[in-house]
Design a protein around this ligand. Sequence first.
Ligand code: ATP
Ligand code: MG
Length: 445
Amino acid sequence: MKIQLPGNAKLLIDTLTRAGYEAYAVGGCVRDSILGRTPGDWDITTSASPQQVKEIFPRTVDTGIQHGTVTVLEGTEAFEVTTYRIDGEYEDGRHPKEVAFTSDLMEDLKRRDFTINAMAYNESEGLIDAFGGIADLKKRMIRCVGNPTDRFTEDALRMMRAVRFAAQLGFSIEEETKAAAAELAPNLARISAERIQVELVKLLVSDHPEEIRTLYEIGLIKTFLPEFDEMMQTPQNNRYHCYNVGEHSIVALQNIAPDKVLRLTMLLHDVAKPVCKSMDQNGIYHFYRHPAKGAGMAKEILRRLKFDNQTINRVTALIACHDQMPSLREASVRHAMHKIGLAQYPALFEVKRSDVMAKSEYGRKDRLEAICAYERIYQDILKKNQCLSLKDLAVNGNDVKQLGMGQGKQVGAVLDRLLDHVLDHPEDNTREKLLNFIKTELKPE
Ligand code: ATP
Ligand code: MG
């Protein structure tokens, strides 16, 4: 097996070898190269100690020196170079009590999570595959190195990683590995939100976001997103839907581009439906006000999972307006654009489309056409550069004050009234017409 090492990775390995140490590309980059996928980064594993690595290379950063990792800068690239390592006893299902360095590559490969991630490669030794990684790549299987119960007991995050790799690679999880995860799933509660978030996002933006269902089935998701369990158990008894809330959201995830904000939005857009559910006298379910309630719930959830404010704000804003539909006249669309905020477009159209495509076929064609018409009108309005906010008005607060319309809040109210008028009549957004409008329509006698 021959793997094409990029120039600088080869340079690092050769430099370490010439200095008398062993060095290999390891883990994800070996796996991805064999699969014909482009590796995100090239990690190097070596028998040299962190101190020795720092002596050999002029430009290094101590990224995780206590775990044996030194970042080596080469040209404009950065490589994580990690000393062969044995993880000591795991005390709490999260962290090894201590890590020990070793001169034995096998020991280092043994501590890795899955067989497909436990292969090493360099040009002189070729591929080192001690745990059947190639066989599992061929079978498209995620399988723990060694006993899965032990491995998941050591580090509970590995259960989440198993599902994440299944989602990224389109693999299945080997039966024993899956059974062990199902049994130990509650241990995931011990893992920090930050580490869970990383794996969740990778899963969501992968080619198979539907693997979120596996997180549900083996009981992992309820440890950090119990709201999703509720969604999976909430049917939608009305003609617009053919799935329960959770399955609907999974199909919606599959319908939208692999972008973090869009996928989080689809995951959580109906999160409030279980709590907003009501049934009318005909047995039909309704979910009144679920978008507003859902935006609030999503905010709490995303905070709990330690997402950054920008992501939280974008996702919650999209959730809040995902169900709104103005009437298809220019003026109504201008009002909607003002109210919803331009920042939510054009993602909002994508959200609406993926939502509709995850419902029953009842009324689907009309709904899709309406979304297209909405989008066309939106684009026309943008092209015409029409006034959509207070700052685009042809008059400002000083003008209003000079006409004796009051101070402070009163001025604001006049400007709001003017904007409301201009959203209906964009041709009136000239200084002359607006001053006239104030005098004739708004001026107190
Ligand atoms: P990605 O493409 O997402 O970076 P990756 O396989 O490189 O995938 P990383 O999280 O970067 O994944 O980890 C690098 C390597 O370190 C893995 O391939 C695996 O060998 C090992 N590893 C990472 N996390 C763990 C863990 N929790 N337990 C055991 N081994 C791990
Ligand atoms: Mg990696």
